[in-house]
Ligand binder design. Structure first.
Ligand code: ATP
Length: 272
């Protein structure tokens, strides 16, 4: 239903404190937050506020989280939609949905419109080898029309996320569209420690739990996997009828998540 696709919540309570690591990316998005908070400042100077910002990076690194945090920091409404919602859609529905989304956004400006998995709509038109998917193309065209359409006195920032920027139609990357890219990369050791700290805060911990050690034990993990480890550890402790989550619960959770990742890689690797 439409309500699931378009939320437009006035109160987003995610802030930069919830987004761990990613200091450089935060610095870059800070300017966008400032556009949303003080559009007048930029208009007075005659500066054009960018419309589209593409958040790129591997799965689970916090692109959605960062987009929400930007809305939370700026104190503006957040409208979101996912490219995957448009797959297999009836003729006309995708374009109509994009039109609705932007209509809502314009009414509530300043605001953020977030398009997750944009490659599902915005895949290069020349590169799609399958039979021409007219509906996807209609949806993409509508998106381009909407992005070009609204005047710059409405501060609507369109954020989009993708882990495959290479697949995107070049029309999307032109000036005035998604002409800024911000990399949301996998965390390094320190980043993982910071992410653990954010998610450990929610748990009742034993005294032996150490974020640094956990970071050392989880090379290659993205934030989503770290959040998953923390939750699995708490569930493990509950199964053992413990009152606190201890290091052994985390060890078992890490094994479990690593096992899941290995399975996933086995399924994916023959094709890639
Ligand atoms: P995908 O590309 O798979 O959609 P994504 O990059 O949008 O993923 P999110 O959906 O933002 O990733 O991340 C999923 C969850 O993982 C977040 O809700 C959060 O709990 C956790 N997480 C990911 N990255 C971070 C981070 N940098 N700091 C804190 N938590 C994080």
């Amino acid at each position: 239903s439409k309500a699931q696709l378009i939320d437009g919540k006035d109160q987003i309570n995610v802030t930069f404190d919830d987004v761990a690591g990613l200091d450089e990316a935060k610095e870059e998005v800070m300017e966008v937050v400032d556009f949303l908070k003080n559009p007048e400042k930029y208009k007075k100077l005659g500066a054009k506020i960018p419309k589209g910002v593409l958040l790129t990076g591997p799965p689970g690194t916090g692109k959605t989280l960062m987009a929400k945090a930007m809305a939370g920091e700026a104190g503006v409404p957040f409208f979101s939609i996912s490219g995957s919602d448009f797959v297999e859609m009836f003729v006309g529905v995708g374009a109509a949905r994009v039109r609705d989304l932007f209509k809502n956004g314009r009414e509530k400006a300043p605001c953020i419109i977030f398009i997750d998995e944009i490659e599902a709509i915005g895949r290069s038109r020349s590169m799609s080898k399958t039979q021409t998917n007219d509906e996807r193309e209609n949806t993409l065209n509508q998106l381009l029309v909407e992005m070009d359409g609204f005047s710059s006195d409405k501060t609507v920032i369109i954020l989009a996320a993708t882990n495959r920027p290479d697949l995107l139609d070049s029309a999307l990357l032109r000036p005035g569209r998604f002409d800024r890219q911000i990399l949301i990369d996998k965390p390094d050791l320190n980043g993982r420690e910071e992410i653990f700290k954010v998610h450990l805060k929610k748990l009742t911990l034993g005294t032996d739990v150490d974020a640094k050690k956990l970071a050392l034990q989880t090379p290659g993990f993205a934030g989503a996997e770290i959040a998953n480890v923390c939750n699995e550890a708490a569930l493990h402790a509950a199964r053992k009828k413990k009152e606190q989550v201890e290091m052994e619960d985390f060890n078992s959770a890490i094994d479990r998540v690593v096992g899941g990742l290995e399975k996933k890689n086995k399924l994916i690797s023959p094709r890639e």
